[in-house]
Design a protein around this ligand. Sequence first.
Ligand code: NAD
Ligand code: ZN
Length: 355
Amino acid sequence: MKELKVNLGEHSYPIVITEDFSLISKYARNKNKCVIVADRSVELLHIDELREAVNKHFKEVFVYSVEPGEKSKSLHMTHRLYDFFILHKMCREDVVLSFGGGVIGDLAGFAAATYMRGIELIHVPTSLLAQVDSSIGGKTAVNLNQTKNIIGAFYQPSLVYSNYKVLKTLPKEEVKNAMVEILVHAIIKDAELFRYMEDNLDRILNLEPDIMEVLIAWNCDIKKSVIERDEKDLGERAILNFGHTFGHAIESAMDYKYKHGECVALGIMGACYISEQLGLCQGDLIIRIRRVLNRIGVFNSMQDCDGERVYYFLLHDKKMNGGNINFVLPIQIGEVVKQEIKDFSLIKNAFEKLK
Ligand code: NAD
Ligand code: ZN
């Protein structure tokens, strides 16, 4: 069992990483009513175990089951959650508990942030991505039309409780996707984590429990340290976007046919190639990163990816970001720099290298 604390003044909260749900009642302060917002697949697999722990703790427990998938991150689904909260007379003293991956965390988090101007939120993340990334930091959001995360709020949970044993049922593709985000954390902040991944990749991909406890806590520690310095994403937090500038543009250009992790993997390499052209990093860094990504097995063919569409989405992002195309570029493992790229030929050359 490992415990960390996110220090954000009055919004501070613990992150608990452990192998079952039995300690929830030790960490959840509030004992009033609780609505569990559950991913339906996760509910079928794991809700009995969770309920055993929470039924004893809360006065009453209700479960709202949500269809898995990004489509559920919508205002329509948020509205259905509000209706459910009202039906069960949820008030500001009660608790919303998210039980699922990042989709459920973002959706339940947004509903909790806005219902009655904010009701207590506990995250029980069940995907590797949610355990190492999305449950920490207080970003909540839903999508509108085709635009991801455009409606949202910063809203910190009161507790993040991760049970790494539930990862055993997570599809392998989801494990690989999350590994790319873990690699992002290593490259931006922690050369030692990168070496740990190089040395233990097979054991990590097999989700060996003792390794997972270390790995999840390590990543939470990195994310928490960034968030503590920049809760509202006004500066340093941007380094978490490493690989995501190109990644998001590729994801949009491919109409979301590729998984997010696959696009970020390409985005990481794209950022490396820009950095190399600017003389900011050495070729051996690129080889090391590429080797780990190959071992994770996330690279997709870029053959049917139209460069013009990627550039279109990069320029669209530029408009949304006050006229700049900002990249996070690697200098060495554990060190990156934020840089505005004005010379579009650097981007085009990097994209050609990805093909
Ligand atoms: P997800 O929530 O869609 O979960 C992935 C899949 O795994 C789903 O099909 C789900 O049913 C299944 N699943 C989850 N846990 C399982 C388990 N233990 N056993 C079996 N199946 C399980 O996706 P995700 O990758 O967890 O999260 C992606 C979402 O997170 C995106 O919407 C993204 O925008 C968001 N996100 C948010 C932040 C943030 O800071 N808030 C950061 C990164 C990503
Ligand atoms: Zn990502």
